[in-house]
Ligand binder design. Sequence first.
Ligand SMILES: [Zn+2]
Length: 132
Amino acid sequence: MLGAFFEIIGIVILFSSVLLLAPIFSGCFVLMFILILLSGLLIFFSIHILWIIVLGVFLYLTNLIVRYYKWYKLPTFNTYLNNNPDNNLHNIACKFCHFGKPINMGLFSKKSKYRYYMCKICGKALYRFTVL
Ligand SMILES: [Zn+2]
């Protein structure tokens, strides 16, 4: 009996708060605002489609360059071995978490010429190499 009473009170409070938070005026205003924003974006995109394509290509190229630069900053295999003396040719481990089996990754695609080894556990790139 008491539970049902609280349920009804809860529903009344919920509905009244929804009504209070969304009076007709501001609800309409928000809807109008979203519509204006969306149509504005649509017009903007159709007018500036060329610039958006240019921007997209620019961002894509920047991404490629940043990726290549990060890859280039990685140590080579020999440097990695020299810097981490506990590693040897048969036992390469991650220098951050010491997990044993790094995975071979391509930089730009799976078959990319520029490759690196990445730790499976902590996800950090360890060293780079290039396929001839
Ligand atoms: Zn690791």
